[in-house]
Design a protein around this ligand. Structure first.
Ligand code: NAD
Length: 288
């Protein structure tokens, strides 16, 4: 489709963005849907976020995906914030409706939808989640919104711990009927106890991706009972060491690639109201 005077601009805002597959993925969809939209990547640092949103407004952009390091900062410059984005304190999608900018977060939705596509429902389930960083917070919020019964969060006492304590309290206050507890990841006994009573074990740390591709946070393989569903947010490698070992023990395993594509599909739906051809996108842009 040719660029015209009416072409609307969308984009990715954050840094680094040059290796992102988002431009290829969204432009493919816009062509397929015959929408006069184009999508570019803009390298924007955290302290340039306000300027970027001003430019977004000036240029009447249709929408944008927001990535690190702008995901939290951007909330200061929007007109409306979705309940999930407010809860998480971060935004990965902005939609412009007649000059009103609304911020959403679709990471958690992507995780839950990926599980749903694999036949795993979150409602009523207990989840043990490893890690309490940005992606984990988004998954926790969506799991609570979607009716998870209980969440046990494990993190090391590293730079994330203080924020994790604050977030756990906020989430517990917002969802008093559900249970959410933070534990020290180095407490192996507690970790084993929580996994034994969980339906889903979710790795939401950087462990499993380069340079930690040969590491798994679960070393006691007797915890991999057959009914346990084991998931990972890491998508490169597609099957982390954790997933390989859990699968070998007979567990159902779900990797992070589907989450990545479904969070993009949720953003595309917000921009256009249309359903992304997920399998086509996966084959064209993500399968090596
Ligand atoms: P983050 O920096 O916000 O959080 C990192 C987390 O990893 C923290 O909980 C930290 O304590 C933990 N961690 C780091 N090193 C560790 C170690 N050696 N042992 C134990 N815990 C450790 O990062 P994030 O943005 O939440 O990203 C986490 C992972 O999610 C990354 O691997 C990233 O590639 C992946 N990710 C996946 C998707 C997807 O759609 N599938 C999207 C974004 C990010």
């Amino acid at each position: 489709m040719e660029i015209s005077g009416k072409t609307r601009l969308l984009g990715l805002i954050g840094s680094p963005v040059e290796h992102s597959k988002s431009p290829a993925m969204y432009n493919y969809c816009f062509e397929k849907w015959k929408l006069d939209y184009k999508y570019l990547a803009f390298d924007v640092d955290k302290d340039e976020t306000e300027d970027a949103i001003k430019a977004f407004r000036t240029f009447g952009m249709k929408g944008a995906n927001i990535t690190m390091p702008c995901k939290q900062e951007v909330l200061n410059y929007l007109d409306r914030i979705s309940p999930a984005a407010k809860l998480v304190g971060a935004c990965n999608t902005i939609v412009n409706e007649d000059g009103v900018l609304t911020g959403y977060i679709t990471d958690g939705e992507g995780y839950v939808e990926n599980l749903r596509q694999e036949g795993v429902e979150i409602k009523g389930k207990k989840i043990t989640i490893l890690g309490a960083g940005g992606v984990s917070s988004a998954i926790q919020a969506q799991a609570l919104l979607d009716g998870a019964r209980e969440i046990a969060v494990f993190n090391k006492r590293d730079a994330f711990w203080e924020m994790a304590e604050k977030k756990t309290k906020e989430y517990q206050d917002a969802f008093p009927e559900q249970k959410i507890t933070l534990y020290d990841l180095d407490d192996a006994k507690r970790l084993a106890e929580e996994i034994k009573t969980s339906d889903i074990l979710s790795n939401a740390t950087k462990v499993g991706m380069h340079p930690l591709e040969d590491v798994s946070l679960i070393t006691d393989h007797s915890l991999f009972r057959k009914e346990l569903v084991v998931t990972d947010v890491v998508y490169d490698p597609e099957k982390t060491k954790l997933l390989q070992e859990a699968e070998a023990a007979g567990c159902k395993v779900i990797g992070g690639l589907g989450m990545l594509i479904y969070q993009g599909a949720a953003a595309a739906k917000l921009y256009t109201g249309l359903d992304m051809p997920v399998e086509e996108i996966k084959q064209n842009f993500f399968v090596k």
